[in-house]
Design a protein around this ligand. Sequence first.
Ligand SMILES: Cc1cc2nc3c(=O)[nH]c(=O)nc-3n(C[C@H](O)[C@H](O)[C@H](O)COP(=O)(O)OP(=O)(O)OC[C@H]3O[C@@H](n4cnc5c(N)ncnc54)[C@H](O)[C@@H]3O)c2cc1C
Length: 458
Amino acid sequence: MRSVIVVGGGISGLAAAWELRGAADVTVLEGHTKVGGKLRTGTVGGIAVDEGAESLMALRPEAVDLAGAVGLGDALCDPAKAPTTIWTGGALRPLPAGHVMGIPADPADLAGTGLLAPRAVARVAAEEHLHAAPLTQDCSVAAYLGVRFGQEAVDRLVEPLLGGVYAGRADRLSLRAAMPRIAALAERGGPLLPALRRMRAAADAAAPAPAAVRGVAGGTGRLPQAVAEASGARVLTGTTARSLERLPGDRWRVRAMTGDGTLTMEADAVVLALPAFAAAGLLGPHSPLAQEELAAVPYASTAVVTMAFSRALAPFLPEGNGFLVPPVDGRTVKAVSFLSNKWPWLRAAAPDSFVLRASVGRFGEDDLPGRPDRHLIRTVITELHRAVGPLGEPVAARVTRWDRGLPQYEVGHDERVRRIREAASKLPGLALCGAAYEGVGVAACVATGRAAARQVLA
Ligand SMILES: Cc1cc2nc3c(=O)[nH]c(=O)nc-3n(C[C@H](O)[C@H](O)[C@H](O)COP(=O)(O)OP(=O)(O)OC[C@H]3O[C@@H](n4cnc5c(N)ncnc54)[C@H](O)[C@@H]3O)c2cc1C
């Protein structure tokens, strides 16, 4: 049986270990004291809450399928139905149903929402009549959609969604990598609106539309542990890989730091399931090109502020699943999830509490997540008061910081990933996976992890 060391016990590395079950002798090295990386469930006031990812995309199957395969099928659940809501211009305003990353299929649906001024709505509708040659090279989301729909649409419809998913900015993020569905339409040429209308009609005809995302009762953070157990891999937590050595016969040696000292292991293959900057450090001696390209992937830091309010004491409780905030509105908070409204399991687990979480920090706002806990908590309470009304004081609060937590897929990202993968392919027995490559969502990470496993087996 081949031996494989997986470096990184986030969902990408664990998916790789799971894919290798029965086919290889697998050891997972994880620097943190627990597996899971950005999938982590903690507690606030004794209530289990997700501190990182809170949902699994269901429009692509990989994460939901994996959850089912490792015994969490019965725990999968849908969020409460509610429109995506934007806090802009001093009010909460729903995005039209069926939008694609903020772009509505029918601009008429924007009328009356107050999201855009009437002239900006007319500008969106005019897209249908603008010539659109097929897109031949990558460009920023703002560059493409600004020309097609106008700057106000980018600022108030698209930016808040990009902030929520990538903690990124429309003028830096790649259209191809961050909005692949829109990019695919753009590459065909022709206006986007008729194509979006056809997509929407097809989705409506296939009713009932499945939920776009699903959760796990008890917390999405349950998934990594379940995958680790089902993989049968040896999992060494508190073990940080420090160097990688290539041995004769295309074998690999990994040196790691543990709480007790150092650990040296050898294997037939290595999967690096790490953030790009961490993979860059290990790959330097073997592929300066891969190191340089990996080190050039920028990251955004964010913080998640989770708060529990007493239902009995709160003067008021908001409805809906939460809201997103465009940067043009000048707020600190970029997204709020009303977890107790959104996830029925959480409401059932803590019926007397109202739990919400707010995120702060987009790319370029690196100082923000590092501010003291009390400052972040106070800012969130103040802005929530302005957005929805007075919630009073939380009975418990927790700040989780994700330093360099989200890779930024900047213009040219696909090409950069192609160069990284080409350079890594010259190192037999080594595979790369993780959020830095073909998608930041959990489903995409699972896909890269499983693909990396198949690569080292082949
Ligand atoms: C706040 C937040 C909210 C999110 N929400 C969602 C969401 O709702 N839905 C969604 O689909 N996605 C969401 N994402 C994105 C998604 O969670 C991540 O992209 C994904 O979990 C990354 O998984 P990964 O395994 O590639 O990387 P990571 O989770 O970063 O795992 C890498 C692991 O490697 C370990 N490590 C690093 N260096 C070493 C080393 N030298 N040796 C050993 N171990 C090492 C780390 O400790 C870590 O555990 C969110 C991300 C963040 C930050």
